[in-house]
Design a protein around this ligand. Sequence first.
Ligand SMILES: [Zn+2]
Ligand SMILES: [Zn+2]
Length: 182
Amino acid sequence: MPFGHDMVYSLATVVELVNTSPSTGGDDGLADLAELQSFVESRQVSGIGTLTPRDLGQVRMVREAFHRVFTASDLPTAVRLLNALLSETRITPRLTEHDGHPLHVHYFAPDATLAEHLAADCGVALSHLLVDGEWERLRTCSAPDCDKVFVDESRNRSRVYCDSRTCGNRMHVAAYRARRRA
Ligand SMILES: [Zn+2]
Ligand SMILES: [Zn+2]
């Protein structure tokens, strides 16, 4: 995909965020503040102060809004849902260099909460994806017991599993066993 590093990073962040949702199968990956804190650290979300239960509630809401964008039945629906999310988010483009990262653009307001930070940066990344005609790359895993989302970065948009080592491998083994039985 011809996307810059920041955008790829923000897309990976939104995928990881959505996949903590119990609606993608499994337990809530953001069950408490400690889990929210480790999410922030693993995604290196910058400029975040002390997290509160309020942050947890807001992030979970943003997470579900992003999940709806991933699972939208068509492009116009995805556009409408993303516009709704963006319209509730303060967006302030700002060039920055921090923590040794090269010059890049932040979209969240300087005093943004964690939820606003994620909504702004991930929302803008998704909007570029849609504008570039790449909406179909927003996918949900095809394994029957997995609803995790992913961004298909393959050249021919052929990826169907959230993770080739887990779901992909599992489904290949199942198909192999089914063939042997036949
Ligand atoms: Zn940054
Ligand atoms: Zn999967």
